[in-house]
Design a protein around this ligand. Structure first.
Ligand code: FAD
Length: 376
C-alpha cells in the first residue's frame, strides 16, 4: 500500500532517502527542514568510501561533473614532523564503478537537492507537537501547518529534536573533549605530501588530515585537537600547540578557520514507536576518525528505504538489528583510530608506528578492519 512519509531534516541522510524514494518508489514524501535554506557555502570536505558511493550511484552520482570530485589513491601516514610512517592503498577497495571519493560537502548537497528541491522540500519547519490519529502520526509544525503521515523519519542530526518528541529514554550526545579546526587550502602547504592522496599526520594530542577536494586540487585541511573545553574564541591558542610541534604548519592555519566541538552518541537505541525511524547522525553520531559519518548516513537511508519498499512485517525490528550491527562495527573502529592517532607519549608513538607499518601490509587484517566497512 502506498505510504505517506515525513522526513525531518534535509542533511545528507534525509536528502539521500528523499532521492531514493523519488527515483525508485511510489510512496509519497515531504522533507521538512528547520533552516530557511540549505547550507551551500564552500564548507568542508567529505570522504566517501565505496560503501556509500555504491548507493549514491543508484541515484545518479556517477554522472556528477568529474572536475568537482577526486579519487584519492591511498592514505599516507606521517608523524607530525612530516616523516612518513607507512601507506595504505585505497584502490584495493574500489571497483570500476564505485571508487573512494572526496569532494566538498556543498557539491554533494547540490547533487542531492536537485530532484527534490521544488516539490518535496519545505523550509522553516520545526515540529511543535505530535499525536496519533487513526493509526497515523499527526505532526504539527510551529508555523501552524501540519501533516498526517504513515511514517516519520528523523534525519535531523546528532541533536535530533524528533527524538525528543517520540522517545522517553534520553541519549544525549557527549562532548569527546576534542575540537575540529578546518580550512580549505588553495595551494599546497609547506609539507612533503602527495596531493593525489589523503595525508594523515599524527602528533601529540592532535592529528591532521589533508586531502584533495576536486581536480583543481584544492585541499581540505582538518586538525583534530584534544582539549577539555570548547571555546571558539580560543582557537588560536589551541592551534599554537600544534604549530609548536611543526612550524611548517603555521601557514596552513593562516586561512579562514572554522571550528567544531566533537560529539558522539553514547548508546545505540531503538525507536520506541513502530512508525518512527532515525537515520544518519540522528540514529548514531560517530567520531570522524574513520570518516564514515556521511557514509553511514547514506547507508542508513538505503537500508530503511529497502525495508519500507519490501513492506515486510516488523520493519522496526529488522531496521534496528541491521543498523545497530553496522553502527557498532564503524563505532569500534572510529574509537580505536581516535585513541591511536593522539598518543602524547613518544614511546607509545614509536610502538604505534611499528604496529602500523606491520599491519598495513597484512591483507587479512586490512580486509577485516577496513574491507568490512568499505565493501558492504
Ligand atoms: C569535523 C568533522 C569531519 C567530518 N568528516 C567527515 C568525512 O570526511 N566523511 C564523512 O563521511 N563524514 C564526515 N563527518 C560527518 C558527517 O558530516 C555527518 O555524519 C553527516 O553530515 C550527518 O548527516 P545527517 O544528515 O545525519 O545530519 P546533518 O548533516 O546534521 O543534517 C541534519 C539536518 O537536519 C536539520 N535539522 C536539525 N534539527 C531540525 C529540526 N528540529 N527540524 C527540522 N530540521 C532539523 C539541520 O538543519 C540539517 O539540515 C564529519 C563530521 C565532523 C564533525
Amino acid at each position: 500500500m502506498k505510504k505517506k512519509i515525513a522526513i525531518i531534516g534535509a542533511g545528507i541522510a534525509g536528502l539521500t532517502l528523499a532521492n531514493l524514494i523519488k527515483k525508485n518508489s511510489e510512496n509519497e514524501f515531504m522533507l521538512y527542514e528547520k533552516q530557511e535554506s540549505l547550507s551551500l557555502e564552500e564548507g568542508y570536505g567529505i570522504q566517501l568510501s565505496s560503501n556509500s558511493t555504491k548507493i549514491l550511484n543508484l541515484i545518479g552520482f556517477n554522472k556528477i561533473e568529474n572536475e568537482k570530485i577526486f579519487h584519492p589513491s591511498g592514505v599516507d601516514f606521517y608523524n607530525i614532523q612530516n616523516k612518513k610512517i607507512c601507506s595504505l592503498d585505497l584502490t584495493q577497495f574500489n571497483t570500476k564503478e564505485n571508487k573512494y571519493t572526496t569532494l566538498q560537502r556543498s557539491t554533494l548537497i547540490e547533487f542531492l537537492k536537485d530532484e527534490v528541491y521544488t516539490q518535496h522540500l519545505r523550509f522553516g519547519k520545526k515540529i511543535k507537537e505530535v499525536s496519533e490519529l487513526k493509526g497515523k502520526v499527526l505532526i504539527k509544525f510551529d508555523d501552524n501547518t501540519n501533516d498526517l503521515v504513515d511514517l516519520v523519519i528523523g534525519a535531523d542530526g546528532i541533536f535530533s529534536n524528533t527524538r525528543s518528541f517520540f522517545e522517553k529514554k534520553k541519549n544525549e550526545p557527549k562532548f569527546k573533549k576534542a575540537i575540529a579546526v578546518r580550512t580549505i587550502l588553495k595551494t599546497k602547504p609547506e609539507l612533503e605530501i602527495n596531493e593525489e592522496k589523503i595525508s594523515l599526520m599524527m602528533g601529540k594530542n592532535c592529528h591532521i588530515v589533508i586531502y584533495p577536494l576536486n581536480k583543481s586540487k584544492e585541499l581540505n585541511f582538518v586538525c583534530i585537537i584534544r582539549d577539555k573545553k570548547y571555546d571558539p574564541d580560543n582557537i588560536k591558542s589551541l592551534v599554537s600547540r600544534v604549530v609548536a610541534q611543526n612550524s611548517n604548519l603555521e601557514k596552513a592555519f593562516k586561512g579562514d578557520l572554522k571550528s567544531w566541538p566533537l560529539y558522539f552518541t553514547p548508546q545505540i537505541l531503538p525507536s520506541s514507536n513502530s512508525k518512527v525511524f532515525y537515520i544518519g547522525d540522528a540514529f548514531n553520531g560517530f567520531l570522524p576518525t574513520l570518516a564514515q559519518g556521511a557514509g553511514q548516513s547514506i547507508e542508513s537511508a538505503y537500508e530503511l528505504f529497502n525495508l519500507i519498499e519490501e513492506d515486510k512485517e516488523d520493519i522496526q525490528n529488522a531496521y534496528f538489528q541491521e543498523r545497530s550491527k553496522r553502527a557498532k562495527i564503524v563505532r569500534r573502529r572510529s574509537n580505536i583510530n581516535f585513541f591511536a592517532f593522539h598518543f602524547s607519549s613518544s614511546i607509545f608513538q614509536v610502538i604505534r608506528n611499528f604496529f602500523m607499518k606491520f599491519l598495513v601490509k597484512r591483507k587479512k587484517f586490512i580486509n577485516s578492519y577496513l574491507g568490512t566497512v568499505y565493501k558492504n
